[in-house]
Design a protein around this ligand. Structure first.
Ligand code: PLP
Length: 433
């Protein structure tokens, strides 16, 4: 049967009447790659099924959470079992203690943790806490890293490295953006220069310790290590935004993968098992600054929601099975090697990156990808878009943007990966035809 998405097309037209752009989060609209967004109906294991009944091998995994694959039995069972006790109380429950203990065990840099409802809430709250704790206003972030959509994070660098930040979205006041400094990822010299000029005004540095929002760009270890040392010297709170990398690149997150201890960590995605969850935490002395212990305010009607805690806890337990991350990493390598061999066969310039079960695909002459500019200026976005649509027709769902990372799940079998490589081979043949 030929590939058809008429149901998705009809749903997209209908959705646009009452939902801005037809979607509840912009990247879902396929603006980056063009064409009609695919409306999903259900998912199981490595596969998602769309409204037309097409099956896709999925390498998006709901943008990261689905590390066990979709609709994993242990997650669904945990949610079902918890559901009958009530959906939300707005009062403490014992399952929140279980969750906090599990998180602090798996990420020993966290003495305490506060649950929230999204990655955005986690980073926004962590930054407020760092500002309250240090009594300083400025924050440093890195070009190409995404930390959610809080005002102070929707900011890009001004005309010079240390000039005032510029909002990347209307609605973000210039006065808010002025306190955000944006530097180059993997460039420690820019951090040194910045700290030399204004370290005593900087509350925190926030970074994706493996970047996953400018496609997948792992850091150099010396960069992360240098950041750690500089932040310690200047009393600046180092925040690892592990919303994506946490429990993804390794059980202990990027901080264990690179053996660097941040002052604070933000979590999301995997920690919620597919339900809306975020978390932030870190050193006791900082976390004790948070209400109700300390003066920095933060709250949430649904924070620590029992269903979300049940899903997240089941997830955290499942990923501790021996060999879990070795298998995931091996599968990623199998796929990337296959893609590279196919690209070489067809004479297509191609590079890949990975960290644990996150990966990046780049149509580029570069052998290494280290910065946002490498992706934006040196990768062939048009070729990626053609590849994306070719793969879609072959039944493989990649992230619909050349600036997004891919994700492997434990449900992906060797056969799924062989099928994915074979599809890539056919699509690449068309790209050069
Ligand atoms: N931080 C990182 C590293 C992310 O990748 C994301 C989302 O993709 C966020 C924060 C924001 O999380 P959420 O979309 O749950 O608000």
């Amino acid at each position: 049967m030929s590939y058809s998405i008429t149901q998705s097309e009809a749903l997209f037209a209908q959705a646009q009447k009452h939902i801005p752009g037809g979607v509840n989060s912009p990247v879902r609209a396929f603006k980056g790659v063009g064409g009609t967004p695919i409306f999903f109906d259900h998912a199981k294991g490595a596969y998602v099924f769309d409204a037309d009944g097409n099956r896709y091998i999925d390498y998006v995994g709901s943008w990261g959470p689905m590390i066990l694959g979709h609709s994993a039995d242990e997650i669904l069972d945990a949610v079902r079992a918890r559901m009958d006790k009530g959906l939300s109380f707005g009062a403490p429950t014992s399952i929140e203690i279980d969750m906090a203990e599990e998180v602090c065990k798996l990420l020993p840099s966290m003495d305490m943790v506060r649950m929230v409802n999204s990655g955005t809430e986690a980073t926004m709250s962590a930054i407020r806490l760092a500002r309250g704790f240090t009594g300083r206003d400025k924050l440093v972030k890195f070009e190409g890293c995404y930390h959610g959509h809080a005002d102070s994070l929707l900011v890009k660098a001004g005309s010079g490295m240390l000039t005032l930040g510029v909002p990347t979205s209307p609605g973000v006041p210039a006065a808010v953006a002025a306190n955000t400094i944006t530097l180059d990822y993997n460039n420690l010299d820019s951090v040194k220069e910045c700290f030399a000029q204004m370290a005593d005004e900087i509350a925190c540095v926030i970074i994706e310790p493996v970047a996953g929002n400018m496609n997948c760009i792992p850091p150099s270890k010396s960069f992360l290590q240098g950041l750690r040392e500089l932040c310690t010297v200047h009393g600046i709170v180092l925040i690892f935004d592990e919303v994506m990398s946490g429990f993804r690149v390794a059980l202990g997150g990027a901080q264990s993968y690179y053996d660097i201890i941040p002052d604070m960590t933000c979590l999301g995605k995997v920690i919620g098992g597919g339900l809306p969850v975020g978390a932030f935490g870190g050193k006791r002395e900082i976390m004790e600054y948070l209400a109700p212990l300390g003066p920095v305010y933060q709250a949430g009607t649904l924070s620590g929601n029992p269903l979300a805690m049940a899903a997240g806890l089941a997830m955290l337990r499942a990923i501790q099975k021996p060999g879990f991350y070795d298998q995931l990493t091996a599968r990623v390598q199998q796929m990337l090697n296959g893609f590279k061999a196919a690209a070489d066969k067809h004479g297509i310039p191609f590079t890949h990156t990975s960290a644990g079960s996150m990966f990046g695909l780049f149509f580029t002459e570069l052998n290494e990808i280290n910065t946002f500019r490498d992706v934006a200026d040196h990768c062939d976005g048009t070729r990626f878009n053609a590849f994306f649509h070719g793969m879609l027709k072959e039944g493989v769902y990649l992230a619909p943007s050349s600036f997004e990372a891919g994700f492997m799940s434990i449900a992906h079998t060797e056969q799924d990966i062989d099928a994915t490589i074979a599809a890539a081979d056919r699509v690449m043949a068309q790209l050069v035809a």
